[in-house]
Design a protein around this ligand. Structure first.
Ligand SMILES: C[S@@+](CC[C@H](N)C(=O)[O-])C[C@H]1O[C@@H](n2cnc3c(N)ncnc32)[C@H](O)[C@@H]1O
Length: 228
């Protein structure tokens, strides 16, 4: 099923990115809009790693209830931080033990396309301001959506049918920022991929179709220079 193929591939790509960042010395992981992300439990983190998961309290509480029922044990220090990314979230993050002087790997997966462009730019600015040299960022963006053409694209149709949620209606219709270029201007190096790049690399995953909504998705894997 297309949704599973897409989400499975995306999970694998960012899993690999995060474990790669850990092997490059990032011992702080900040998952923005973490949702039901369980990487703190699944991935083989080096000793001394802390995973900060930021989301709304209701989401984190629900996830915790499921994890507790499974007696799940994290494989890193784990801090679930209830905060609103539209307000001050770095204050609570720092109070929870985050140290901006240490390299961090940030993850914004399935989050940025739902933010208005101004909020995306502000998020990037904040990430940059709190990134020590050698920090890394994995970020999913979307270069525009066409709700009419893509309404029946399987991923959106399936989610709409199963949950009643019209994901296309949640995407901001305003022109998107050129995120990779903005990161470059801030001294980051970025590699930008489509999901299909990884389908070809791994030999499984979604392939392009007519009016393919995924053609607008970009996965940005970025590193902040060691010195500016
Ligand atoms: C589409 S889900 C993606 C979840 C997860 N990153 C993943 O890829 O499976 C987006 C998540 O971002 C969270 N989110 C959206 N806006 C937020 C905000 N302003 N502050 C904190 N969390 C937010 C939502 O609650 C939701 O859990």
């Amino acid at each position: 099923m297309p949704t599973g193929r897409f989400l499975g591939l995306r999970t694998r790509v960012f899993d690999d990115f995060l474990t790669g960042a850990a092997s490059h010395g990032c011992r702080q992981v900040v998952v923005l809009g973490a949702g039901l992300d369980t990487r703190a439990y699944r991935l083989p983190w080096p000793d001394g790693t802390t995973v900060f998961e930021i989301d709304h309290r209701e989401v984190l509480d629900f996830k915790q209830s499921v994890l507790d029922a499974q007696d799940a044990v994290p494989r890193a220090g784990r801090v679930a931080l209830a905060a609103d990314l539209r307000q001050d979230w770095t204050g609570p993050l720092t109070a929870a033990g985050f140290d901006p002087a240490r390299p961090t790997v940030w993850l914004a997966e399935g989050l940025v396309p739902y933010l208005p462009p101004a909020a995306e730019r502000e998020l990037l600015r904040i990430i940059d301001d709190h990134s020590a040299p050698g920090s890394m960022l994995g970020c999913e963006v979307k270069h525009g959506v066409d709700p009419l053409a893509q309404r029946n694209f399987p991923i959106y149709a399936v989610v709409r049918e199963r949950t009643g949620i019209d994901l296309l209606a949640l995407f901001s219709p305003e022109p998107r920022p050129r995120t990779a270029a903005e990161l470059t201007a801030r001294g980051w190096t970025s590699d930008v991929y489509t999901p299909f790049d990884f389908t070809r690399r791994h030999g499984r995953g979604p392939l392009p179709t007519l009016d393919d909504a995924l053609a607008a998705n970009r996965w940005i894997l970025a590193t902040r220079a060691l010195a500016r």
